[in-house]
Design a protein around this ligand. Structure first.
Ligand code: PDD
Length: 312
């Protein structure tokens, strides 16, 4: 089986297409989500994902209908039924269906969950990132299904032949469109603090632990565009991205001021082509620290695969 679906208490082998047209996720993006990676049939770092999920729900006053134990049982059951041992589990919770009003109408929240096969992140000679203005709302620590700014950033990167967008807010690098950003300078590892301007990645949390156990000096401090000249290594992290080494960072030359200043005039389009790319950073030598962390990450994955399954 390649994909397994769950909606509102039932499993399906095919997309049941049962979501109400008046679902608030559909009309307002009124919901939150998670993505968990499955290695060897075992959901990786599931407890951390559930912790973040619970924080997202409470941040937007969304009733979570399941206990932590119920979620764990549901996710294991879905993975078991999918027969996929290398997979990703996507789930979202919306405020449910009701005639469209902006305030909370007292509807029942609805769970959607999908298990889909996922192979290991492709080996890469190094990713290219397109710098893109981070003009999202100021609460991106909530893993909301409102991903339009991320979608536009990623599409602009895609059009530029880049692998990911690197979001920049007032000259400060925050994170990727779907990943967290890391920089090595003078033997130290830097990543944006887990404040309201980034999603506190679960992979980020693991990499912070791995760096500590490897004795790598780490600072949760943001890196600015102008500091890139002192940077020796860059990598991105995420549940499906794992640890992605970066080869170069480019920007569209006509959009450079937008990376440092929020303009008042509405732009013609939020999507853009990168017709005159400028290189903001390029990898010159080896990336030894990234490689050490990738090896430690691979060990953590191997450990997950070797654990005894919860639902044998
Ligand atoms: N994206 N930052 C953003 C904006 C993200 O969307 C993600 C994850 C991350 C990394 O978080 P984590 O390590 O918990 O996956 C950082 C997921 C995978 C997605 O939207 O598919």
């Amino acid at each position: 089986m390649s994909t397994l679906y769950y909606y509102d208490g039932h499993f399906y082998d095919e997309d049941p297409a049962k979501v109400s047209l008046e679902d608030r996720g559909h009309e307002f993006g009124d919901g939150v989500y998670e993505v968990v990676r499955v290695y060897g049939g075992r959901p990786f770092l599931l407890e951390w994902h559930l912790e973040r999920f619970e924080r997202s729900c409470s941040a937007i006053g969304l009733h979570n209908p399941l206990s932590r134990e119920d979620w764990i049982r549901l996710i294991h059951e879905a993975v078991r039924r999918s027969h996929e041992s290398e997979a990703q589990v996507y789930w979202q919770l919306t405020r449910g269906a009701a005639p469209r009003v902006h305030w909370f109408p007292g509807s029942d929240s609805k769970v959607t969950l999908i298990v889909r096969a996922q192979t290991a992140a492709a080996p890469t000679g190094g990713a290219t990132l397109l710098a893109y203005p981070d003009e999202r709302w100021a609460h991106v620590f909530v893993k909301t299904i409102n991903l339009l700014p991320n979608v536009l950033a990623k599409e602009s990167a895609h059009r530029a032949g880049a692998d990911e967008a690197l979001l920049v807010r007032g000259g400060v690098i925050t994170e990727g469109a779907g990943s967290n950003a890391w920089f090595v300078s003078d033997g130290k590892l830097y990543t944006h603090p887990a404040d309201r301007h980034i999603l506190p990645g679960i992979t980020r949390r693991l990499v912070l632990q791995l760096a500590q156990s490897l004795g790598i000096p780490t600072l949760e401090r943001a890196v600015t565009l102008s500091e890139l000249r002192n940077v020796e290594e860059v990598f991105m992290t995420g549940t499906t991205t794992e640890i992605l080494p970066v080869q170069k960072i480019i920007a569209e030359s006509s959009r450079l001021t937008q990376l440092s200043e929020l303009e008042d005039a509405p732009p013609e389009s939020l999507l853009y082509e990168c017709v005159n790319p400028v290189e903001l950073w390029a990898q010159t030598g080896e990336a030894p620290l990234t490689e050490r962390l990738r090896a430690a990450f691979a060990d953590a994955v191997a450990h997950c695969r070797n654990q005894s399954p919860m639902n044998p």
